[in-house]
Design a binder for this molecule. Structure first.
Ligand code: HEC
Ligand code: HEC
Length: 370
């Protein structure tokens, strides 16, 4: 033990019971964060506005920010285009008065928007400040965050067109949030009655009597394309093959668990030709462009025959059929990002990819993604 640790342990022992104290396993690793580093992480803005930086931003300026940096994903009016979260919609002037969003209860709104759900304006400010735009988080200035928050509030008819949101008037805006009285803690995690909300005991083998409580409806199963083709490249989380019915997969998973297979291995293809005990790692990986496209998460946004976030790969092949310069042009676009060729949703830049890998993937796509 270093002299410092000994001294620290002695000090702690003076203050508390020592039975649980042992030398920390990584005693000589790392260093104390500097105040600047702590400040860079300590950016949360709380409902009482503790943490909110001083500043302001107008609705007018916010419209500029929105159209330049947000609308491509969330839609011109915050209604979203297809895949990204809708921010505005479903609230009324009545809701601004009552603080309860009526459309949350009458279910007339097809999809819940941020402005329907969020109870605190601080959450909106904080989230935009830390996480948006999705492709460049923390790139907005304080003024831009105030401004774009004001613009969202304006689109939701919470503040007028000439409004300037600031640290001085944000509390008044809070008093107009459509769902400010809509939050309840009488459910789920909040309502654990002093006990942890989890009662299960870990089962590592022969967990035969596991009962499914809920399941994705069959009609929704494959709407985002085959999840097993959209795996993360790290970790043990595997998507299920959503092109197969759920029940078969569940059986395969149970058979594997029962035969001592890995607990996460409930994803072996459900085709009867594959023995239930075969582990997914053992199944032969497809070669070339397809393997690379899976590995590099292209399949999270592109289906072979179906549009997901981006166009179907076969549609890309069809569009550039006979265009001999397409391979090079598209390879450059995969690395630099693309917008406008297929619609309003952009493809983010993927500059980290190796040129030769991109060439193989694009070649495979143009060849019909077989
Ligand atoms: C490249 C696409 C993209 C861009 C550009 C973008 N967003 Fe988002 N935004 C998303 C995605 C995806 C989510 C959901 C993220 C998640 O749930 O982890 C999201 C979530 C949000 C949410 C929270 C929604 C909720 O109810 O949870 C807000 C608010 C938001 N964005 C505002 C903005 C603002 C303001 C800008 C512009 C400064 C912006 N976004 C730019 C993709 C984008
Ligand atoms: C976050 C979602 C996303 C990911 C990940 C993604 N794409 Fe895309 N891709 C898109 C979107 C959206 C478009 C349409 C862009 C447009 O309209 O210009 C697109 C378009 C394309 C195009 C056609 C471009 C054109 O000008 O016609 C090719 C080729 C392509 N992607 C290949 C890939 C490859 C290869 C990968 C993996 C390395 C990949 N994409 C990953 C969303 C994505």
């Amino acid at each position: 033990m270093s002299r410092f640790i000994k001294a620290a342990v002695a000090l702690l022992c003076a203050a508390a019971s020592c039975t649980l104290l042992a030398a920390p396993p990584y005693a000589n690793v790392g260093r104390t964060a500097t105040p600047q580093e702590v400040a860079a992480w300590d950016i949360d803005v709380r409902p009482d506005f503790k943490g909110l930086p001083k500043g302001s931003g107008s609705v007018v300026k916010g419209m500029e920010v929105w159209e330049g940096k947000c609308a491509s994903c969330h839609g011109t009016f915050g209604e979203s285009n297809e895949v990204f979260t809708p921010i505005v919609g479903g609230t009324t002037k009545e809701d601004v008065k009552s603080g309860r969003v009526a459309s949350l209860r009458d279910n007339k709104q097809p999809q819940r928007t941020t402005m329907m759900k969020v109870a605190t304006v601080s959450t909106l400010w904080d989230y935009i400040n830390r996480a948006m735009p999705w492709t460049a988080p923390k790139s907005l200035t304080t003024e831009e965050v105030y401004a774009v928050t004001a613009y969202i509030l304006n689109m939701a008819e919470v503040v007028p067109d000439d409004f300037v949101l600031s640290d001085r008037n944000i509390a008044e805006v809070q008093a107009r949030m459509p769902n400010r009285n809509g939050m309840t803690q009488a459910h789920g995690m909040w309502d654990a009655k002093g006990k942890a909300d989890v009662r299960s005991t870990a089962c590592m083998s022969n967990c035969g009597d596991v009962k499914l409580r809920s399941e994705l409806p069959a009609a929704a199963r494959n709407v985002h394309g085959d999840l097993s083709a959209q795996n993360r490249s790290v970790g043990a989380v595997r998507g299920v093959d959503t092109t197969q019915p759920a029940s078969q997969l569940a059986l395969v998973g149970q058979a594997q668990a029962g035969s001592g297979g890995a607990a996460v291995a409930s994803v072996a293809p459900a085709s009867p030709a594959v023995s239930p005990a075969a582990s997914p790692a053992a199944s032969k990986a497809p070669a070339g462009g397809q393997a690379l496209a899976k590995q590099n998460a292209c399949m999270a946004c592109h289906g072979v025959g179906n549009k997901i976030v981006g166009p179907a790969l076969r549609d890309i092949a069809a569009k550039y059929k006979g265009d001999t310069a397409a391979a090079q042009r598209l390879a450059a676009k995969v690395k630099a990002g693309s917008a406008g060729a297929w619609g309003p949703v952009p493809m983010p830049a993927q500059a980290h990819l190796k040129d030769e890998d991109v060439a193989v993937m694009v070649g495979w796509i143009l060849d019909g993604a077989k």
